[in-house]
Ligand binder design. Structure first.
Ligand code: DGY
Length: 317
């Protein structure tokens, strides 16, 4: 009997080609994303789960799976904060993700938000649509130049590095902070120093107990008046209330968010504060990138089930 792979996602089935080629028994079950009890029951009858960042793979799912024959969970995302990795380890379930393949697409969206926030694009477009644009004015819709601005990257993994190369092409002066020295030019060992020395800050760290609330009111207040803050990583790393306060007071000139704490619900205060561009978590949302992510997650499943160590292993069995 072929091993069973539960795919908790709605997707074009050709993206599952690695599973098909390996002759696995594929069960498409996107509806399980909305029913935890049913997901636990299905996990008990599966060898592998392909999941999304919006599907909580918690200790209950993992122990139910381990009582059966679950061997691997592969997230179609580079972030895996929806998976209880510790419980996976305890239950001898491997975890895979999708590093690398979404760096470019996500960095593009970070740049989009940096540009939008620096140039006030969201407010400018709104005024045009509302009929409030009365004509070209020398001092109308003035924003900040990217060229010559200091960009501080919080986190310097694949996505942070892809943002760095794009930003350099715009003439930005790029520096970065990471927990450990990166050996790259522009490394700033102290996060607070990076924040106080940056005109634009872009967040690129995973959500974890260490990064929850990393950028709160105290750290935002260290950023220069009139600076810009962008987050394309995960909600909860940035304190949304503190962001709203800083925009409302004019301490920050603009901001851009692609991710939200508790998404898909969005803090209503974010919807009305000026200077903020909001996107519905579209960082990796291109056809080619989402296909690559799915294929990589599936390849992880195929490798683990075949007893090989996948290139995209987060945690072994
Ligand atoms: C990820 O892969 O973690 C991204 O947030 C998806 O867009």
């Amino acid at each position: 009997m072929a091993p069973r792979v539960l795919v908790v996602a709605r997707l074009p089935t050709e993206w599952l080609e690695p599973l098909q080629t390996a002759g696995l028994d594929i069960r498409l079950a996107p509806e399980l994303a909305d029913c935890h009890a049913a997901l636990c029951a299905a996990a008990a009858d599966a060898d592998a789960i392909v999941s999304l960042l919006s599907v909580p793979i918690d200790a209950e799912v993992l122990s139910a799976g381990a009582l059966g024959r679950l061997r691997v969970v592969a997230n179609i995302a580079v972030g895996y904060d929806n998976i209880d990795v510790e419980a996976a380890r305890k239950n001898h379930v491997a975890v895979c993700n999708t590093p690398g393949v979404l760096d470019s697409a996500t960095a593009d969206v970070a740049m989009l938000l940096i540009l939008a926030a620096c140039r006030g694009a969201t407010a400018a477009e709104k005024s045009l649509r509302n009929g409030a644009w009365s004509g070209w004015e020398l001092t109308g819709y003035l924003g900040k130049d990217l060229s010559g601005a200091r960009l501080g990257l919080v986190g310097f993994g694949g996505i942070g590095q892809a943002v760095a190369s794009r930003a350099a092409a715009f003439g930005m002066l790029v520096q970065h902070h990471a927990r450990r020295p990166t050996g790259n030019p522009g490394y700033v060992p102290d996060l607070d120093t990076l924040l106080s020395d940056s005109d634009v800050v872009s967040i690129h760290v995973p959500r974890s107990p260490e990064t929850l609330g990393l950028i709160g009111s105290d750290r935002i207040s260290r950023m220069p008046r009139g600076s810009v803050l962008v987050n394309t990583s995960r909600g909860g790393i940035l304190d949304e209330g503190a962001l709203v306060d800083a925009l409302a007071s004019g301490h920050l000139a603009g901001a851009g968010l692609d991710v939200f704490d508790g998404e898909p619900s969005v803090n209503p205060r974010l919807l009305s504060v000026p200077g903020l561009t909001l996107l519905p978590h579209i960082g990796s949302a291109t056809w080619a990138t989402r296909e690559s992510m799915t294929r990589l997650a599936c390849q992880g499943v195929v490798d683990v089930l075949a007893g090989r160590t996948p290139s995209n292993l987060v945690s072994a069995r």
